[in-house]
Design a protein around this ligand. Structure first.
Ligand SMILES: [Zn+2]
Length: 141
């Protein structure tokens, strides 16, 4: 799926789970995911489970910010609702997605690993090789 498309579809399908400054008012606004394409699938799975949790416990998760930080997925969110178990489960579901990002290539979604090549990134061997080549090229310019 093209990069722009999954971002738009994810925002559209889970619009009630996203809140961000000046973004949610426009019906066609796309949530600013600040990370690579490869982690999109982690977010799809995470939001599907969070919706199930919402339906079963009434606990609503609101995503404020999704970004890459030190090579891992970093999600800022809040939860509202009566069920304490529901709050704890939401926390675990999000922590699980963040942990999975440490073994998922941020660029393509294949199995990868967190390593430091100049800065921290989680990449598969192929993307790591490409990344090095591109950076090498830009340094020669
Ligand atoms: Zn990759």
């Amino acid at each position: 799926m093209p990069e722009r498309r999954w971002r738009a579809l994810l925002t559209q399908r889970y619009r009630d789970f996203f809140d961000w400054p000046n973004g949610h008012r426009r019906a066609d606004a796309v949530f600013p995911f600040i990370h690579g394409h490869g982690w999109g699938i982690l977010l799809w799975r995470m939001l599907r489970v969070l919706r199930q949790l919402q339906q079963e416990t009434g606990v609503q998760t609101t995503i404020r910010d999704v970004q890459e930080k030190w090579g891992s997925l970093c999600i800022h969110y809040t939860t509202t609702g009566e069920s304490m178990a529901g709050h704890r489960l939401a926390e675990q579901i999000i922590a699980n997605a963040e942990q999975l990002s440490d073994m998922t290539c941020e660029l393509c979604g294949r199995p990868g690993h967190l390593s430091r090549v100049g800065w921290w990134r989680t990449l598969c061997p192929l993307c790591a090789a490409m990344d090095g080549r591109y950076r090498g090229a830009s340094q020669r310019d």
